[in-house]
Design a protein around this ligand. Structure first.
Ligand code: UN1
Length: 499
């Protein structure tokens, strides 16, 4: 598929493609070149209300479709995603900017979760358990909740919508999706494929537009029973407050300030591979990005020089070119924020080893490119070591030993991903136990989560839920306990103790 430049797109509500009620629009542009990708409806509360109403109506029927049949539709979607992988990958390099291999990985993650969750249609296991009374049957089953509002970010424009929509759907919920305004074309394509796979009208809806209008209305709408959001900590707090009034379930996947620990006994070259991939992959725009590297002093100098040499060889360019290592960042605001952290780091007294500037030469000047940036001699309390930058910037922090490394790694408000490079099995197991994070990697960087394991974090990274894996089912179902008494007489739990 070629790029969809200048096409006009619509919302998808109740199986129909419709404009925003206001008729207003916004453009999606490529962060690499500024070219227009498409024009999208700038929706408002009215559009959300329509979408929620049809999703609520569709729920009445969709919840009764046998889960294996819901799964069959999703298996079809998985095959369609496989067929369309090349087109989606190309579109992603243009609309979001990430490089081809990673864009393909993003689509692959959607394929993986779709197969995994489609299979869940034949599981969705509950429990049976003995009753304390004779001739009585006890069981618990998962039940769908209702209309799910999914608010998704631009950094994984196909994968994250899939992590939210596919488990929600297999469990029997219906969905209204509000994708990020930076990547609407990819979300649109994903929903087109869902429609093509045979999802009944009204079960999946997409409403384009901003968080302050579309997102806010979704969160406050009394008929939206679950909100699932991947975004910033600040947005998460706002969503939680707004949803309190209607007691809406809220699943939050927020920021990270993830660290790689490198001990003296680590294989340094391997650690440098892990740092490059985790700090600069997706131009550092992952919640799981390694924006801190905590290094034991014995290996600090060697690691620094190997890392800088490798970083300086990375080639910036548009994501669709084969030899590009690092694509653009998402937009001008992001570029400015990233650069402001370079200034902050310098003012705080950190040593800038490489990068630290906007890359504006030649064609790069048309896009939002930032040089991969490494700070050394960073104090763990500096802002560049505490705050999420969401760009290609990492901070080297020297430490004396494993204890200090763990303390520094944990000394932040977030708790998403963590990593340790060591050959010492004792150190590895201590790190696995003591790193305060939802994810720990041993001898690998901080990125690369697989879809059949729970994904999410502790502390300010979320509110205790996980997406992907079996854990996702807990976000999109509620437990019902069922007691069947076949004794033919009234038996009273806790009262009739004689058996
Ligand atoms: C994110 O950045 O929000 O583990 C998701 C990873 C990817 C998912 C990242 N599989 O980095």
């Amino acid at each position: 598929m070629a790029t969809t430049t200048n096409q006009t797109f619509k919302n998808f509500i109740g199986g129909e493609w419709v404009d925003a009620a206001s008729g207003d629009t916004f453009e999606s542009t490529s962060p690499a070149t500024g070219e227009t990708i498409g024009v999208f409806p700038r929706s408002g509360a009215e559009d959300v209300d329509r979408a929620v109403a049809v999703a609520k109506e569709a729920f009445a029927e969709w919840r009764l479709v046998p889960a294996p049949k819901r799964g069959e539709i999703l298996f079809r979607l998985a095959r369609l995603l496989e067929q369309e992988k090349a087109g989606l990958t190309d579109l992603m390099t243009r609309e979001m900017g990430k490089v081809k291999a990673e864009a393909g990985g993003d689509v692959q993650e959607a394929i993986d979760i779709t197969y995994y969750m489609a299979g869940e249609g034949r599981r969705l296991f509950g429990h049976t358990t003995p009753s304390e009374l004779r001739d009585k049957w006890n069981m618990s089953v998962r039940q769908p909740i209702g209309v799910v509002g999914a608010i998704t970010p631009w950094n994984f424009p196909v994968a994250i919508p899939s992590w939210k929509l596919i488990p929600a759907l297999v469990c029997g919920n219906t969905v209204v999706l509000k994708p990020a305004t930076d990547t609407p074309a990819l979300a649109e394509r994903f929903v087109e494929l869902l429609a093509e796979s045979g999802i009944p009208n009204g079960v999946v809806n997409i409403v384009h537009g901003g968080g302050g209008t579309v997102g806010d209305r979704m969160v406050r709408h009394p008929d939206v029973r679950v909100i699932t959001l991947t975004g910033s900590r600040e947005t998460g707090v706002e969503v939680l407050k707004a949803a309190a009034e209607t007691l809406t379930h809220v699943h939050l996947e927020l920021g990270g300030k993830n660290a790689i620990v490198v001990l003296d006994d680590a294989k340094v070259e391997l650690a440098v591979d892990g740092i490059l991939w985790s700090a600069f992959g997706t131009s550092g725009q992952r919640c799981t990005a390694a924006s801190r590297v905590i290094v034991q002093r014995g290996v600090y100098d060697e690691l620094q020089s190997q890392l800088v040499a490798r970083v300086e060889k990375l080639r910036l360019g548009p994501g669709w070119e084969d030899d590009t290592d690092i694509g653009p960042v998402i937009n001008r605001t992001a570029l400015e924020k990233i650069h402001s952290y370079t200034e902050i780091g310098k003012d705080e007294g950190a040593k800038l080893l490489t990068g630290g500037e906007v890359a504006g030469e030649g064609d790069l000047g048309k896009g939002f490119f930032y040089r991969p940036t490494v700070f050394a001699d960073v104090d763990p309390q500096m802002r560049i070591a505490q705050e999420e930058i969401f760009g290609p910037t990492t901070a080297l922090i020297p430490v004396a030993d494993l204890d200090e490394a763990i303390r520094v790694s944990n000394g932040i408000k977030y708790g998403l991903s963590s990593s340790i490079f060591t050959q010492d099995v004792n150190a590895a197991f201590r790190a696995m136990r003591d790193l305060e994070a939802g994810i720990t990697y041993v001898n690998a960087g901080t990125i690369g989560a697989e879809v059949h394991l729970p994904f999410g974090g502790t502390k300010d990274t979320g509110n205790g839920h996980r997406e992907a894996g079996q854990a996702a089912l807990d976000v999109f179902t509620e437990w019902k306990s069922i007691y069947v008494d076949y004794s033919g007489r009234l038996q009273r739990a806790q009262i009739d103790t004689e058996q």
